[in-house]
Design a protein around this ligand. Structure first.
Ligand SMILES: Nc1ncnc2c1ncn2[C@@H]1O[C@H](COP(=O)(O)OP(=O)(O)OP(=O)(O)O)[C@@H](O)[C@H]1O
Ligand SMILES: O=C(O)C1=C[C@@H](O)[C@@H](O)[C@H](O)C1
Ligand SMILES: [Mg+2]
Length: 180
């Protein structure tokens, strides 16, 4: 008889990557699989500030959002190990990136424009994509952000695979790299 391996998570797993890649949906499944809490930094910023991400951008500006996000992520990473899904720009901000790298396993969910674009094309609650042509903005962000996301501890290719398979690959990769 084979028995499932019991994994006691030593540190939080922080998911980073582009909008629509699946940080929230994969993160929820991963948390369930590892029997730990799931947290989403965008949702935590919204409850800390009592405002939506869009309103914070509109009324206080991008820098105010980033500063709040950094404080919220720092607090979350001082709590017991869990799965943390982050906003698109969290890992791009140098100080927030340092905090994530020092205090958690960072995992980049990587996917191409072809995978991401159809998922976000009709979204209206994300301020970055409201600034112009969504496909062009996504292309620009991919060029600018992917070399920085590549600094994450591990990278999972998410094109053409189910969220469940992505969860399995994250656990396999972390076991190989850190838990053997
Ligand atoms: N294979 C897949 N992996 C992940 N998500 C998928 C997949 N196929 C379809 N989806 C869908 O794509 C969407 C991914 O959105 P999700 O909100 O999880 O991304 P995100 O990275 O958290 O985005 P954001 O940065 O905007 O919060 C969900 O609606 C999810 O159901
Ligand atoms: O798509 C967007 O415009 C955004 C998405 C969120 O993840 C936020 O964290 C981000 O800064 C803005
Ligand atoms: Mg999300």
């Amino acid at each position: 008889m084979t028995t499932a391996r019991l994994i006691i998570l030593p540190k939080t797993i922080t998911l980073v990557g582009m909008m629509g890649v699946g940080k929230t949906s994969v993160g929820r499944k991963l948390a369930k699989q590892l029997s730990v809490m799931f947290r989403d930094s965008d949702q935590e910023v919204e409850s800390a500030a009592g405002q939506t991400v869009s309103n914070i951008y509109e009324w206080y500006g991008e820098q105010a959002f980033k500063d709040t996000e950094r404080r919220v992520i720092s607090r979350l990473l001082s709590e017991r190990p869990h799965i943390l899904s982050t906003g698109v720009e969290a890992f791009i901000d140098p100080e927030t990136r340092r905090i994530i790298k020092e205090n958690s396993y960072s995992v980049w969910l990587n996917a191409s424009l072809d995978t991401i674009y159809p998922r976000v094309a009709h979204r209206s609650h994300r301020p970055q994509l409201e600034k112009g042509n969504k496909q062009e903005i996504l292309e620009q962000l991919i060029n600018e952000y992917y070399p920085i996301y590549a600094e994450a501890d591990i990278q999972i290719e998410c094109d053409h695979q189910s969220a469940d398979l992505t969860v399995d690959k994250i656990i396999d990769e972390l076991e190989t790299r850190f838990w053997k």
